[in-house]
Design a protein around this ligand. Structure first.
Ligand code: IPE
Ligand code: IPE
Ligand code: MG
Length: 238
């Protein structure tokens, strides 16, 4: 077995709407199918030796969509938590959410916290759901946190470095993603993990998210294994 499996994979699950449109279905049918791929991807990733998967489920910008679609998306997330947390727990998966709480509905927030609480001692795959997540907002929130610590005398301005700043982000103790996968052929980050993706390998398969199967995940990992990561240095053999 190749040991060079990415420890942390970040995924932008894109193309649900286009998948549905091509099938002459309502956009929401794409989201429904997309949830199934999330479930399968968690299972496959754990089996392949990945430690953390961070899924972009809903961005701070997605509130701009029609109310009907937002309601549908939130309903599916609610349904996912309702149906899957027990199963995730059984599989030793630890569930974590990143993003701002406001304006997530109270009943959904409650289920998110319950899911985190129930799985907090699990030692297997960490499944992170970025919900109402925006990376610029996260960086602003981190800056505010640090500023208030300085103001209250608990920190000095000079204390701030890359690691300390990273500890104020929602992702805190999680390792940075090694690989970013964005499905559907779009090649942009859309305000996702800007800080954390600094040295990630980027991979943009053409398939829409509802078509993204285990073999596609394996393909992505294979592609990752071909990449040479230099982190600004040079290859020692050269
Ligand atoms: C991604 O699929 C899912 C979410 C944003 C929640 P889209 O809904 O963006 O699908 P497209 O990009 O319109 O095809
Ligand atoms: C990014 O996809 C957000 C999620 C996958 C949740 P979008 O479809 O919202 O991104 P843009 O608008 O095409 O950049
Ligand atoms: Mg999209």
């Amino acid at each position: 077995m190749n040991m060079n499996v990415p420890k942390h994979i970040a995924i932008i699950m894109d193309g649900n709407g286009r998948w549905a449109k091509e099938k002459k279905l309502p956009r929401i049918a794409g989201h429904r199918e997309g949830i199934e791929r999330v479930r399968e991807t968690v299972k496959s990733a754990a089996e392949l030796g990945v430690k953390v998967v961070t899924f972009f489920a809903f961005s701070t910008e997605n509130w701009a969509r029609p109310k009907k679609e937002i309601d549908g998306l939130l309903k599916f997330l609610d349904y996912f938590l309702e149906r899957e947390v027990k199963e995730l727990d059984k599989n030793n998966v630890r569930l974590k959410f990143i993003g701002r709480e406001k304006p997530i509905p109270e009943n959904l927030l409650k289920k998110m916290r319950q899911g985190e609480e129930k799985t907090k001692d699990n030692t297997g795959l960490v499944m992170v759901l970025a919900l109402n997540y925006g990376s610029r907002q996260e960086i602003v929130d981190a800056a505010k946190k640090f500023a208030s610590l300085v103001k209250s005398g608990k920190k000095e301005v000079e204390d701030l470095d890359v690691d300390l700043f990273g500890s104020y982000l929602y992702t805190q103790a999680l390792p940075d993603p090694d690989l970013l996968i964005r499905t559907s052929g779009e090649m942009r980050l859309s305000n996702y993990l800007l800080w954390q993706l600094s040295y990630a390998e980027l991979y943009f398969p053409k398939k829409y998210w509802p078509d993204f199967k285990r073999s596609d995940l394996e393909e992505a990992i294979k592609e990752f294994q071909k990449r040479e990561r230099r982190f600004g240095g040079i290859n020692v053999e050269e």
